[in-house]
Design a protein. Structure first.
Length: 220
């Protein structure tokens, strides 16, 4: 498997390169500014860790080369989601704000909280001080899970120190308290998940895929 990695100079891009070298995986690393210089067509999959602003050009490259694309960027606009909805007719697209398997197992729990009535729900998320979007893409997924169950919630975001990523759901009842929490201790966690997604997306048909699809597969 050969990976075309876009966003090579970002935090995740640099960490992903480090991970792929440890895996002895063949890859080409490009920044979003020089993606158009990529002329070869021998990659098997596109892995995008650049930025939401570069989405269209990255989708164009994937479509031109007829490659599946994994989108790991967050903070997408409505227009970006419309682009994804359009391009999924032509190429396989995988999008996730969080490649941690543990975090996505936590989401499965959140999708089954509809039994809890008359409780208060608070999402708390923490990331490093340089993270731009707030709340995080992962927190927004948590919000969506609660909204699907008609659960009202509050969200609190912190941007402090060098925190890799912490997400928790606090649930307050009249005489009890429940907390569901996920802590990422290294960006290598996300690299490992993204690498598994790349394998999962090989030879997929056009369409839109998610971590839910991968968790149901035998690619773990």
């Amino acid at each position: 498997m050969k990976i075309l990695l876009i966003g090579a100079n970002g935090k995740m891009g640099k960490k992903m390169q480090e991970f792929l070298k440890l895996q002895n995986c063949d890859f080409v690393a490009l920044d979003k500014q020089n993606i158009k210089q990529y002329k070869n067509s021998d990659a098997d999959v596109v892995l995008d860790f650049s930025s939401s602003e570069a989405l269209k050009q990255n989708l164009d490259i994937a479509k031109e080369k007829n490659l599946p694309i994994i989108i790991g960027t967050t903070n997408h606009s409505e227009n970006n989601y419309k682009l994804i909805d359009n391009y999924k007719k032509y190429i396989p697209i995988f999008i996730s704000a969080n490649f941690s398997l543990g975090f996505n197992v936590m989401l499965e729990i959140l999708r089954n909280l509809k039994q809890l009535k008359n409780y208060q729900f608070v999402i708390i998320e923490k990331h490093h001080k340089k993270k731009k979007d707030s709340p995080s893409g992962s927190a927004k997924i948590m919000q969506k899970c609660l909204e699907q169950n008609n659960i009202k919630y509050n969200t609190v975001s912190f941007r402090v120190g060098e925190v890799v990523g912490e997400h928790s759901l606090q649930i307050y009842g009249e005489n009890e308290f429940l907390e569901i929490k996920h802590i990422a201790q290294s960006k290598m966690l996300f690299c490992e998940g993204a690498f598994k997604v790349c394998k999962f997306m090989l030879n997929k048909k056009e369409g839109l895929y998610s971590m839910e699809d991968m968790l149901k597969s035998d690619c773990l």
